[in-house]
Design a protein around this ligand. Structure first.
Ligand SMILES: Nc1ncnc2c1ncn2[C@@H]1O[C@H](COP(=O)(O)OP(=O)(O)OP(=O)(O)O)[C@@H](O)[C@H]1O
Ligand SMILES: [Mg+2]
Length: 641
């Protein structure tokens, strides 16, 4: 045949070229097919393997559409047309193929025009990406279901992937985040620094923790900041380098840690406070006692002088002395109040002997602080019913006064109409009384939030705050078995919440205001400090008959001698025999007298002293003795006997 002959004539050269093309195609690790006029003219072993055909004969001569996924055939034809028109290879693109058994494989296909067996043909080289697609899918599933937040961004900082934990943590949907710059999750105050840090990471990608040694915060959709820990992992794929950040919300842990650190500090401050308080209380007891005595004496003398022989000069001077003594006593009272405050640091539990009505306390506090509030904010109140709580009204007033003054001071003066301080009460599901004080003031910066309960921490100018307010409030509230916490957002405001246990009324609580007069009594004072004894004696002698003993032994000796007393005022902490031991000894030998003991507590309580006071029903008064408190205690004795 002519045709045959002419072809064979050119054969050696052409055959050699086709042969080397076949060798090359067979050696490629990718699947290769050669087609002409949309019919397959050559396929390599890798392609047969990928499409599941045992031999080339099954495919050669067949139309291309037999192995192309019907949904992709238009696209393939378009690409072929484009190549025919330009005579150039078309870029790599994904095409789906059908395996012999009907399954689908996705190949990334490059197409090149080529002379094959002397005639123009198309070589299509396909790389299997199904495995990669699977891997990507597995990666997405793993990221998606990871318990910690995962967010992936590319080199330009664009978010390409977030998981559910990120959505929950930051309050955005995945849809709102993907495509946005990663800086959307960075607090505005440090946002401008972030691109440079990101560039630094991509310059030397490696697994690392972000911001080593620094506190990191994320920004929630609502603007609040979330303390976080961030791990960075570079991810390399065909599309470039990405960074996968794992984000853990550490708010809970931070809260727990700062509560612990706080407890530690409180213990340390408490020990110090107890020491200081104890050191001050004893001398204060006799300063105050003597002042009272001197005042009363001078009062008497003035009266008798006036009656007998009024000398204006003497009278004037005596009157001045009485005034000075009054002022000195006022000073001593202030020191006593300070000592009481210091002591709240050292007590783990306040003795639950008093009860208070919170709304009454709040109303009186609001009256006292009205001037602070008026020019800064509108006052709003929403009182829901709360149970009576354990605690002394005056101590609780101290807590709320500080919270309200703090709230007022967080708001600048002058725009009262635009600001609000809201005082709310309610009972929570566990029956605790809740008081919330919410302001629209300046808020507390996140990095200061952990410190505000520290003693002496203040951001106020010298002279306007000592920084003791919140630490004392914390001391008082936790001593009552309650709690105090807050939420604050810089620039928006702060809400402090105080939780107090309801009072269940089982203890012998003296009803408020019951400080009846017990009449003249025979008292025995027991204290190891003679100065304290002398001052107490002077103070009490005006109203009672008083005997003094400087030790427990002396007290027992007097009782054994047949002495009778209406009440025995006994210091709790004495050397040799403590007040507690004396009580136990008396309970054996003189049970009626044991019932008549009033314990005088002077500052620091040991663990044992606390347990003791919880065990015995006797009344107690604090040193330095306050006349009203003593009257109440003595009245309690007479009412029970
Ligand atoms: N409602 C609030 N709004 C903004 N910042 C507050 C608020 N309450 C407390 N703070 C911050 O906490 C710090 C400590 O408060 P704290 O009451 O312990 O002390 P102080 O008010 O500064 O001084 P002091 O109460 O002894 O007069 C304040 O200086 C302030 O920075
Ligand atoms: Mg304060």
């Amino acid at each position: 045949m002519v045709f045959d002959v002419s072809k064979r004539k050119r054969a050696p050269e052409a055959m050699r070229r086709s042969e080397s093309a076949r060798v090359l195609i067979d050696a490629l690790p990718d699947a290769v097919m050669v087609h002409r006029d949309e019919r397959l003219v050559y396929v390599n072993a890798r392609l047969l393997d990928q499409l599941g055909y045992p031999s080339a004969e099954l495919l050669l001569g067949r139309p291309l559409r037999d192995i192309i996924h019907p949904d992709d055939s238009d696209k393939v034809l378009r690409r072929l047309e484009q190549m025919r028109l330009t005579g150039k290879p078309v870029p790599v693109s994904e095409e789906r193929f059908l395996r012999r058994n009907g399954e689908v494989v996705t190949l990334e296909v490059a197409k090149v025009p080529l002379i094959f067996d002397e005639e123009p043909a198309v070589v299509a080289i396909g790389r299997d990406v199904s495995e990669r697609r699977h891997a990507e899918q597995r990666f997405r599933t793993a990221v998606e279901s990871a318990p910690s937040g995962m967010v992936m961004s590319d080199e330009s900082g664009e978010i390409v992937l977030v998981n559910r934990a990120i959505e929950a943590m930051f309050g955005y949907t995945a849809h709102e985040l993907v495509g946005q710059p990663i800086e959307i999750l960075v607090p505005t105050r440090v946002r401008s620094l972030h691109p440079e840090l990101r560039a630094g990471f991509f310059a030397a990608p490696g697994v690392r923790a972000m911001g080593a040694g620094r506190e990191l915060y994320g920004r929630h959709k609502d603007g609040s900041e979330i303390p976080v820990e961030i791990g960075l992992n570079p991810i390399q794929n065909s599309e470039g380098t990405f960074v996968l950040c794992s984000v853990v919300d550490v708010s809970e842990r931070k809260r727990a840690e700062s509560a612990l650190a706080m407890a530690d500090r409180m213990t340390a401050v408490g020990t110090l406070a107890a020491g200081v308080a104890h050191g001050i209380n004893n001398p204060l007891a006799y300063v105050k006692g003597n002042l009272l005595f001197a005042q009363a004496e001078i009062g008497d003398l003035l009266d008798t002088e006036r009656a007998a022989r009024p000398g204006p000069a003497t009278l004037g001077r005596l009157a001045e002395v009485r005034k000075a003594l009054g002022e000195a006593e006022e000073g001593a009272n202030r020191v006593r109040d300070l000592v009481t405050d210091l002591l709240t640091f050292s007590r783990h539990r306040e003795e639950p002997h008093a009860t208070a009505q919170l709304t009454a306390v709040l109303e009186s506090v609001l009256q006292m602080t009205a001037n602070e509030i008026r020019h800064r904010a509108n006052l709003a109140k929403s009182y829901e019913a709360v149970p009576a709580v354990v605690g002394e009204a005056s101590r609780l007033a101290h807590v709320f006064t500080n919270l309200i003054v703090n709230a007022a001071q967080s708001i600048p003066e002058g725009e009262a109409e635009c600001n609000e301080i809201r005082v709310a009460t309610w009972t929570d599901s566990e029956g605790w009384a809740i008081v919330e004080i919410r302001d629209t003031g300046c808020g507390i910066a996140p990095d200061l939030q952990a410190r505000i309960f520290e003693p002496f921490f203040t951001t106020k100018p010298i002279g306007s705050g000592t920084g003791l307010g919140l630490s004392i409030a914390h001391g008082i509230v936790s001593a009552l078995g309650g709690g105090i916490d807050f939420k604050s957002e810089l620039g928006k405001g702060t809400a402090f919440r105080v939780r107090l246990p309801a009072w269940h009324g089982e203890r012998g609580v003296a009803p408020a205001g019951a400080c009846g007069h017990a009449g003249r009594m025979r008292l025995l004072l027991v204290d190891d400090d003679p100065l304290v004894l002398r001052a107490m004696r002077r103070q009490l002698e005006r109203e009672h008959d008083v005997l003094a003993a400087t030790s427990g032994q002396e007290c027992l000796a007097l009782l054994r001698h047949g002495e009778k007393f209406d009440a025995i005022l006994c210091d709790l902490m004495m050397p040799v025999i403590t007040g507690m031991q004396l009580y136990d000894a008396m309970a054996e030998e003189f049970p009626r007298d044991a019932e008549r003991m009033v314990f005088v507590t002077g500052g620091a309580f040991t663990e044992r002293a606390q347990q003791f006071l919880e065990r015995v029903p006797n009344p107690r008064v604090a040193k330095p003795i306050d006349a009203d408190a003593l009257r109440t205690a003595l009245a309690a004795l007479t009412s029970t006997s």
